[in-house]
Design a protein around this ligand. Sequence first.
Ligand SMILES: Cc1ncc(COP(=O)(O)O)c(C=O)c1O
Length: 404
Amino acid sequence: MVLELDAARPWSARGHWERMDAATADLDGPFAALSLDALAHNARAMVARAAGTRLRLASKSVRSRSVIEAVLATPGWHGVLAATLPEALWLSQTVDDVLLGYPTVDRTALRALAADERALARVTIMVDSVEQLELIDAVVPGHPEIRVALELDAALEVGPWRAGVLRSPLRSPGELAGLARTVVDRPGFRLVGVMSYEAQIAGVQDGRRRGGSPAFMVRAMQRISSADLRERRAAAVAAVRQLAPLEFVNGGGTGSIEATAADPAVTEIGAGSGLFGAHLFDDYRGFTPAPALAFALPVVRRPGRGIVTLLGGGWVASGPRVVDRDPVVAWPEGLSIHPGEGPGEVQTPVRGPAADRMRLGDRVWLRHAKAGELCERTDLLHLVAGDQVVSTLPTYRGEGRKLL
Ligand SMILES: Cc1ncc(COP(=O)(O)O)c(C=O)c1O
């Protein structure tokens, strides 16, 4: 079966884990399973949140071509936000609009881009300095016209204090327009877009304490940041539009869809995490993704009362080194990862009242903190519809590839 989101039934949280477990009863863990109904629910919910602004799929948060193509066939979604140039070139074989969201210094891939007419028409690279343009010119002298987007820094800065990720050095409208002028004047490049990613809003839960900051302070930071960015982005985009007719202005991410869609300077939102519903997206106040993707680990031993040990499990997410990067137990209820050992390379003890009811070979379902990274651990996603596995979809890894 080809993955078609139209074939999904309405998703319901009730009985979800029981259905996932029953559908996959014959499979031996560890394995990953994707609920078609929950995925379709998430894809539609994200479109509804965007209220008419189109969504560009952040492929790093999915890492399965079948899933990417199925979501792109859904109204409201258009194009991919890729992470590496090799990935962008590969996806451009089937996707006609691929924005590379991060700068590239990959010489082999740059040569391949310059030699591929279709990719040149479909792929847009990201630039935030003249140095990057010089590198490309040095690698492929006299190259044909390459589509370019510029990144504006979207972080919030108040004096020495900063919230956001360390990406582009271009903060002011003047700085962005300065580089835009350089691109426009430089042979071999065509300026087509602008991007600014407000990670401190899109990737920070507004319903949960973060480090030393209670949730109300997170929300205050996000309100100030939204206002700052709205002003700065509008002025920067207006200045660049004086120099080049932009095809798109990209912003946001899963956690900021509403806020970014409300910014009139933005024409599209890059988002992906909300599709699989990784657990780092559980604590937003405005939306709750369905837990579409999960992995099941078998119980292999019983080290003591109230504890069972699972095979594998150390699939910890990237990012700041805090415990919320660990997977969480989703089902059965009443189990959690043993804090003394954590999710391990070959085994993960879990404890709680449900442990003593479990038998060897029973499965415990876990959710990854970040959606796409799970796909680096498995070749296949078992697609569950209702209480049946209806298909197996290859991940990037299953197609012999990886993101990074
Ligand atoms: C440039 C850019 N846009 C958007 C996103 C949001 O992606 P997601 O919705 O998958 O969290 C990211 C995530 O890191 C990003 O780097």
